[in-house]
Design a protein around this ligand. Sequence first.
Ligand SMILES: Cc1cc2nc3c(=O)[nH]c(=O)nc-3n(C[C@H](O)[C@H](O)[C@H](O)COP(=O)(O)OP(=O)(O)OC[C@H]3O[C@@H](n4cnc5c(N)ncnc54)[C@H](O)[C@@H]3O)c2cc1C
Length: 244
Amino acid sequence: MISDDDIKIEFRSDVTVELVKHSAADSDVLFAARVSTLGEQSLDELKKDPERSRGLINYLMRDRHGSPFEHNSMTFFISAPIFVFREFMRHRVGWSYNEESGRYRELQPVFYVPDASRKLVQEGRPGKYRFVEGTPEQHKLATEAMQDSYRQAYRTYREMLDAGVAREVARSVLPVGLFSSMYATCNARSLMHFLGLRTQHELAKVPSFPQREIEMVGEKMEAAWAELMPLTYAAFNANGRVAP
Ligand SMILES: Cc1cc2nc3c(=O)[nH]c(=O)nc-3n(C[C@H](O)[C@H](O)[C@H](O)COP(=O)(O)OP(=O)(O)OC[C@H]3O[C@@H](n4cnc5c(N)ncnc54)[C@H](O)[C@@H]3O)c2cc1C
């Protein structure tokens, strides 16, 4: 029988997002857009008139000429709970995913527990929920209940592995609070669509009500993207955070 001392469980309240590879700049948008009117040209030419470039990107965003925003690529390494990945992988268009395998490797005991800043209590109606602070008692209950449940589930998983049961069978007992990791590759257009749905923002013309934990991932991706493509990012915000 495995005891809790034999297993080093890690509890996390944050998520990891790292931009591991990119080829993404505002000039990629301009380059793609101007081929329709000017044909082939050099990138140097595009940099000559920054105001015109800003204006063109804003026009494309406003009038929803979306395809020039697709000629770029960002690859993120993301580590987050499985329930976040379930929501994430609903985004089918302009995204490529590779996730760690629970068949080929032993899953590590890293589990999600909300910290004190996570609003715990849900009010309102489906589609328009509002979340409010939990009491210290509710936070204590949630933390302890999750930790107990995670410990028990992981102990059972390990007992099955030790008895020779295949990883792909034993993993059935692990909950969606388990951390997984993946590479996700997107372009600016697919990222904007994701951000419009998975973040709440005062500039959003069409408000969304995402789960906080996928929003935490979205916020980190947004920060990385904003540095790579500042003109596109500004135009996205100026036009109500609706993907073109
Ligand atoms: C707040 C919130 C709550 C949600 N709740 C639920 C829920 O309770 N249950 C649930 O199942 N899902 C839920 N979802 C997931 C949601 O329904 C979408 O699957 C998810 O947001 C991905 O959006 P998408 O399909 O636009 O993205 P993508 O799959 O990336 O598609 C991008 C765009 O391509 C077009 N497109 C893609 N595929 C098709 C197609 N087959 N036919 C026509 N056009 C297509 C559409 O214009 C689409 O907007 C929720 C999402 C959010 C943001």
